[in-house]
Design a protein around this ligand. Structure first.
Ligand code: ADP
Length: 376
């Protein structure tokens, strides 16, 4: 089956076309037929027209959509009908920077390709197994049960994909392992996966919580935010912008949101860039330690995302002080130039780099929804 995978953002529409089938999934022989993006999108239907122009009118059988927030309503990927579309819309209040754009893509694609099945694959769904003690904040009970103020977690598609790949390399099931997966890209999160289930992750109610990211602050005391609003008279909308797009590597270093630039500047001895890199690595290390505690150890630590896949230096700095918990990087394999899945530390906790392939997982889930076969 040929699946068009759409990832619609605030101003861009990324697309992949994958050929997949149950037997191709079984031996990992799914084929990427096309890939591209339309930038500076103002009208999603026009953008789709240019996608099909780029695809030379290649016929597809179904469409898989990446949706950032599924709340606690969507615990797995689902076929989209009007009710699901309304559900994604209702969740826009929880993810105002993402869901409205995802939804615009869904609406335009359903109008443009009305005869095809459309499937929603959620970034939150993999984390629906979080136990209550991991997703509850220490707020009054009604805020959890009535207002839905809780931790949801994101990047679930990536954490799920790389943990599945790790198990596949061992000829086993994800359910056989305790894994810590680090997705370090523009957005960054760590996930604790205990015997196949996500039991904790660093992002929370929104993708703002946890690690330091390209432009997002990660963990900040809520009191500091209140201070800015109440005593510094900053408007909530400005604070939202501050935390989402002016903070993180960019804000601390004053250089860039791109780790390559920040590392280069740090090498010149720049104090702020050095601090940004150290804060970034320190936070990842702290979460790894926390998740070792949460799971009473781990079988493997997996790096993915643009930074996790490409920066031997960041991986080495993250793992620097983790020897006492069984994490030892092999210097030669860590620095080897490769784009493949690879082991970079022997143990007792194996360390791996697994390039993420979120679009492939979206294509596979789309197929599984249509054929009504269980999700892995
Ligand atoms: P997104 O989260 O938007 O999908 P990616 O996962 O592609 O982004 O990660 C993009 C980030 O990866 C860039 O901003 C850059 O910081 C980082 N990156 C890519 N290559 C390298 C590298 N060789 N060294 C350090 N960082 C890198």
């Amino acid at each position: 089956m040929k699946i068009l995978v759409l990832n619609s953002g605030s101003s861009s529409l990324k697309f992949d076309v994958w050929e997949t089938s149950p037997s191709m999934i079984a031996d990992s022989s799914d084929l990427l037929l096309a890939q591209g993006a339309v930038e500076r999108v103002t009208n999603m239907e026009d953008a789709l027209t240019s996608v099909f122009r780029k695809l030379h009118q290649m016929p597809v059988d179904a469409v898989g959509h990446r949706i950032v927030h599924g709340g606690d309503r969507y615990q797995t990927s689902v076929l989209i009908d009007d009710q699901v579309e309304a559900g994604i819309n209702a969740l826009s209040v929880l993810a105002p920077l993402h869901n409205p754009h995802n939804l615009a893509g869904v609406r335009a694609a359903r109008r443009y390709l009305p005869g095809l099945p459309h499937v929603a694959v959620f970034d939150t769904a993999f984390h629906h197994t979080l136990p209550m003690h991991a997703y509850a904040y220490g707020l009054p009970w009604s805020y959890l049960t009535e207002k839905g103020i809780r931790r949801y977690g994101f990047h679930g598609i990536s954490h799920r994909y790389v943990s599945w790949r790790f198990a596949e390399h061992h000829g086993r099931k994800r359910a056989d392992y305790k894994l810590i997966t680090c997705h370090l890209g523009n957005g960054c999160s760590v996930c604790a996966i205990e015997y196949g289930k996500s039991i904790d992750t660093s992002m929370g109610f929104t993708p703002l919580e946890g690690l330091l990211m390209g432009t997002r602050a990660g963990d900040v005391d809520a009191g500091a935010i209140l201070h800015l609003i109440m005593h510094e008279q900053q408007a909530p909308a400005d604070v939202l912008k501050l935390l989402n797009s002016q903070s993180g590597l960019r804000g601390l270093s004053g250089v860039s949101n791109d780790m390559r630039d920040v590392l280069a500047k740090a090498k010149t001895g720049d104090e702020r860039a050095t601090l940004a890199v150290e804060t970034f690595c320190y936070r990842v290390r702290k979460y790894i330690g926390a998740y070792m505690a949460a799971m009473d150890g781990a079988d493997a630590l997996i790096f993915t995302g643009g930074i996790g896949e490409n920066s031997a230096e960041i991986r080495a700095r993250v793992c620097e002080k983790l020897g006492h918990i069984g994490i030892h990087l092999d210097k030669a394999s860590n620095t080897a130039n490769s784009r493949e899945d690879r082991q970079i530390g022997k143990g007792p906790v194996e360390v791996w780099v697994v390039p993420t392939e979120e679009e492939l997982l979206i294509a596979r889930d789309t197929l599984r929804c249509i054929l009504k076969i269980p999700h892995e």
